[in-house]
Structures are given as structure tokens and as C-alpha cells.
Design a protein around this ligand. Structure first.
Ligand SMILES: [Zn+2]
Length: 125
């Protein structure tokens, strides 16, 4: 049936996209330290929250679709959420408005571009 054919194609595309997203995330977030080597001081670290992000001068999140055929990005207004909300909370909920991707096919991170430049504290007068 034609409907089944479409469904199969869609499933294949979805699988393909999530493999791309997984490998990208693994490279970025998983430690590549071999066992027995010096570990970083706080290996996994506590999950970043909106409070942490605001302390760094960033008010919004930016979501990027990892679907290569889409690459949609969007800013997320999070001012109404409490400081204790983890950024992962949004990653689990965001759906790409363009192609419908979600979960590990969406990258959600603080919108560092809006971070103010570091204040210059040096003065010699
Ligand atoms: Zn998308």
C-alpha cells in the first residue's frame, strides 16, 4: 500500500537523523578520558540551570535542529521559568517548528551570543 511505503520512508529518515544527532552529542558531552588517567575535578558536574545561565548574563536559550536537512534555530524565552529549572528540561520538551524533530535531534544551549563582554577591571590611575 502507498501509505505503508510513506511510513517506511519516514521511519528510515527519522532513524538516520537520530544517528547523526547521537554521534554529534557523544563527541561533545562524553568524556574521552581513558580509564586511569587524570580525571577532571568535577567529571559530570551538576546540570546547568537557568539560574547559572542568568548569572553569566544570558537570558535566553537557543535551540538548534540537528536535522541536516533543516538546521532551524530559534531563541527560547525562559524568563517565566524559575532559576532552578535545568536546561535539560527544555531539551526534552522542545520540538522543531520546521520539521518536528525533538529530543536528541534538538540541541538546546544558553544563547552565549547575548552574553555581555567581560567588564574591564584593570585601571592604573
Ligand atoms: Zn528541524
Amino acid at each position: 500500500m502507498a501509505g505503508e511505503e510513506v511510513a517506511r520512508k519516514f521511519a528510515y529518515a527519522t532513524l538516520n537523523a537520530s544517528i547523526i544527532a547521537d554521534s554529534g552529542l557523544a563527541r561533545r558531552s562524553e568524556s574521552s578520558y581513558p580509564p586511569g588517567m587524570a580525571q577532571p575535578k568535577h567529571p559530570p558536574g551538576p546540570p546547568m540551570t537557568l539560574g547559572d545561565m542568568r548569572e553569566l548574563g544570558v537570558q535566553k536559550l537557543i535551540a538548534s535542529c540537528l536535522n541536516n536537512a533543516c538546521r532551524h534555530t530559534a531563541l527560547i524565552e525562559v524568563w517565566s521559568y524559575p532559576a532552578a529549572t535545568e536546561i535539560m528540561y527544555f531539551k526534552r520538551r522542545v520540538v522543531c517548528a520546521n520539521c518536528g524533530a525533538r529530543g536528541n535531534r534538538i540541541d538546546v544551549r544558553p544563547n552565549w551570543r547575548e552574553q555581555p563582554p567581560m567588564p574591564t577591571k584593570l585601571s592604573f590611575d
